[in-house]
Write a protein that binds this ligand. Structure first.
Ligand code: 8OZ
Length: 341
């Protein structure tokens, strides 16, 4: 099950609550591995209303209920670690501050969803100073520590979809002149240091990372993704991760992208390769049987089908995801999708 933002944590504390426990428990005996929705590693890491955090005791306690329920069903569950960087809004930030980013560059025509229940334009972020970066890396380490306390089997680093780590990777959003910007090696530095910090807490065998090399999501597409992602994969080989998780194409959109060779990128990596974006049973079976992918993550199909794998096995029809209930709200469109009889 792929990570899916659902905006249903407790308002005010961003702690998981009973309906979140029920939602994950419904899917835990069916999915081989659940990757949770993205969860902010600190208050500044938040970019949307009611997303869960993994930095406070209340949040850890809420997640512990989720992992206990998933494990009781025989499931495995990884937490996705998230810092949104510039994809936020002052009303979501401590003291109404500006969101932080590698460089003071606003994403073009991007909106976020704030706690009034409305969409808001994303503005200019504040560039992180060089001496603030170690604290953010330590926030990833602490969040990993918290995830272990909360009973997770592992963590996935969210380096995709135009959030902070991809903002450092991309020449479009990173125009720093210090050791975190400029050359490819410098733009990879933040991603690698975060990954090393996470591994130091939980071990490489329980650490995955998600990337989206060609996704225009949140306006962080690099001008030459091949130049960035092949060296990144080479570096990741040295770290012996549990897996690399790749969003192919535009997140939630077309899989086609001219001039980027995902098959070659896969061959570059020596470990387990997880793919995502628009997979159905046929495409997934081909990806695995051809030896291209080791794992396939399903997002919207799992959202709407708590027993997706069972439906695949039986060749059953699938429930349709209801877009109107994706982000925010209660149990409607969340824990009420029917199971097979
Ligand atoms: C949809 C809405 C809000 C956030 C991502 C975490 O794209 C997200 C996200 C998706 O990775």
């Amino acid at each position: 099950m792929a990570p899916l933002t659902r905006n249903r944590a407790v308002h005010g504390t961003d702690a998981p609550q009973q309906m979140n426990v029920d939602y994950y428990a419904q899917r835990a005996s069916d999915a081989g591995l659940i990757i949770t929705e993205a969860s902010q590693i600190s208050p500044t890491a938040k970019g949307y209303a009611w997303t869960p955090g993994i930095y406070s005791e209340k949040q850890i306690a809420g997640w512990k209920l989720v992992t206990d329920a998933a494990h009781a069903k025989g499931g495995f569950i990884y937490l996705q670690l998230w810092h949104v960087g510039r994809i936020s809004h002052p009303t979501l930030q401590p003291q109404g501050a500006l969101p932080v980013a590698p460089s003071p560059i606003a994403p073009v025509k991007q909106r976020t969803f704030i706690e009034t229940g409305q969409f808001a334009e994303i503005g200019m972020p504040r560039a992180l100073t060089l001496n603030e970066i170690p604290q953010i890396i330590d926030d990833y380490r602490q969040a990993t520590h918290n995830a272990i306390k909360a009973g997770f089997d592992g963590v996935e680093i969210h380096a995709a979809n135009g959030y902070l780590i991809q903002q450092f990777l991309s020449d479009h959003s990173n125009q720093r002149e210090d050791e975190y910007g400029g050359s490819i090696q410098n733009r990879l530095r933040f991603a690698i240091e975060v990954t090393e910090a996470v591994i130091a807490e939980i071990g490489a065998a329980r650490t995955g990372i998600r990337i989206s090399p060609v996704s225009p999501a949140n306006d962080a597409l690099d001008s030459n993704p091949t130049d960035v992602y092949f060296p990144l994969i080479k570096k990741l080989n040295e770290l012996q991760l549990a897996y690399v998780h790749v969003v192919e194409g535009a997140t939630g959109g077309p899989r086609e992208f001219h001039g980027f060779d995902f098959k070659a990128l896969r061959r570059e990596f020596h470990g387990a390769w997880m793919v995502n974006n628009g997979y159905d049973l046929k495409l997934a079976t081909e990806a695995v049987e051809s030896g291209y992918a080791d794992l396939v993550a399903f997002g919207k199909l799992y959202l709407a089908n708590p027993d997706l794998a069972e439906r695949f096995k039986r060749g059953s029809s699938l429930n349709k995801p209801d877009v109107a209930t994706f982000y925010g709200g209660g149990t409607k469109g969340y824990t009420d999708y029917p199971f097979l009889g």
